[in-house]
Unconditional design. Structure first.
Lengths: 356, 88
């Protein structure tokens, strides 16, 4: 189950969570169904308790009729202004409208929800059915998308450099994954922990794309933001997990600055200490582990990464070495001494990150 | 008056810089007034920001202030937009 970021709210159940956990993993749906719903409901109650007693916020009314295990999406339109969240234009279960951007955001929220639920039994990004909110058409010619701590925000791009940021599903997944990180390890957005934070988002963004397309690690392109670059830009994507540093080389944008290994680690004060730059190194480690193992990347490599992110031992200020060491430990714990452990260990060796 | 904008961060992590020199411009007064309001509202150090948000440094005649998505004032947005659009 998920960590609560250090909070330990008092919510005592008769059936201990570890018993429900075992049942939740049973093959038989007669066993695992009720156990999973119970765990989800428990997690919801814990969150409610935390919200009302620790944070002092009124319990979020919208969650009252929320069904565990289903997304609760709302897409808003900022109408080219910057006030958030903007006007609600599509709610959960509403039919698609004429605005393709809205529909893409809605679908991307759903796909992200589905990967986390199906692959990792995680009910939304906080593990407790948190409503998924997105705002589109933010500002004018806004060449960006971001997570503001509560929701995703998407620009339309300017058409010269970037297109609509809802076009690539991995961008949507990337932003939502920032939410997952916030609710779990909460990696500080600076320097190496920040690069790890960024890499987590690229990893899960890529996995959401692969999951949606039904791709194996061999079939995937391992690109982030493919389809985002406007026609005049010389490049195939914003980042490449397979070959960091090769995604683009353009007279206006410059050249993809990402390193693939620690030998080329970039020391800079810009970009919060290069969080979008040095993320190339853990990105590449994930790519190596996933492709060495083959098959669906979310099942083994992705599981190890997810285990570390949510396992409670990853510190907010973790360095690459701390994270790598935990992935080796998690691979061993989850899969034993076999090929998963070897693939993860070798991946870090190849990118030059020490494991302890 | 020399007004420089440096934008870093963002989903793409790509830096952009632009500069406007207001001397000789017909709308120089407008620029000066806007720049003045921006310098008053800006922070002396980069604020925390949000994941993938843009981070801005605005420099007017050698003095810099900082701001970051999504908490920009209307004046900051306006000045940044104009400098990035019209500046070299």
């Amino acid at each position: 189950m998920t960590t609560n970021g250090g909070f330990e709210p008092v919510f005592c159940t008769i059936v201990p969570p570890h018993v429900l956990d075992r049942l939740a993993q049973a093959e038989d749906p007669v066993l695992h169904g009720p156990a999973r719903r119970t765990l989800q409901r428990d997690a919801y109650e814990r969150t409610q308790r935390r919200l009302t007693t620790v944070v002092g916020a009124p319990a979020v009314a919208a969650l009252a009729e929320a069904e565990p295990g289903k997304p609760h999406r709302t897409v808003h339109d900022a109408r080219h202004g910057t006030a958030l969240p903007g006007t609600k234009v599509r709610g959960e279960g509403d039919a698609p409208g004429k605005d393709a951007t809205v529909n893409r955001a809605y679908a991307g929220l759903g796909a992200t929800f589905e990967l986390f639920l199906k692959a990792y039994a995680r009910d939304s990004i906080d593990g407790s059915g948190l409503p998924l909110d997105a705002t589109v058409h933010y500002d004018r010619d806004y060449n960006n998308a971001f997570w503001n701590g509560e929701q995703m925000v998407f620009g339309d791009g300017d058409g010269e450099i970037f297109l609509d940021f809802t076009i690539p599903i991995d961008v949507i997944g990337h932003e939502l994954a920032h939410g997952v990180t916030q609710y779990t390890a909460n990696l500080t957005y600076f320097g190496q922990p920040g690069a790890l934070n960024e890499s987590m988002s690229d990893v899960f963004g890529a996995l959401i794309k692969q999951y949606t397309l039904g791709q194996t690690a061999e079939e995937a392109d391992w690109l982030i933001g493919a389809g985002l670059l406007a026609p005049r830009v010389t490049g195939k994507a914003l980042r490449s997990m397979k070959e960091p540093g090769t995604a683009y080389d353009d007279d206006v944008l410059g050249k993809d600055p990402q390193p693939a290994t620690m030998d080329d680690y970039v020391r800079t004060g810009r970009d919060n200490g290069g969080v979008h730059i040095n993320s190339g190194i853990p990105n590449h480690a994930f790519y190596l582990a996933a492709t060495t193992l083959g098959g669906h990347a979310w099942e083994r490599a992705g599981q190890v990464w997810y285990d570390v992110l949510t396992g409670g031992e990853l510190e907010q200020d973790a360095m690459f070495t701390d994270f790598a060491t935990l992935t080796v430990k998690a691979a061993r714990a989850r899969f034993g001494e076999g090929e998963e452990l070897q693939a993860v260990s070798k991946a870090w060796e190849r990118v030059g990150v020490r494991t302890l | 008056m020399r007004i420089q904008v440096r934008r870093t961060g963002g989903f793409a992590g790509i830096e952009r810089r632009a500069e406007v020199d207001t001397s000789g411009r017909a709308d120089a007064d407008e620029w000066h007034a806007l720049a003045g309001r921006v310098m008053t509202a800006g922070r002396g150090a980069p604020p925390a920001g949000v994941p993938d948000g843009f981070s801005y440094r605005i420099t007017v005649d050698g003095r810099s202030v900082y701001c970051a998505d999504p908490r920009l004032t209307e004046e900051q947005r306006e000045l940044i937009r104009r400098v990035l659009k019209e500046g070299a």
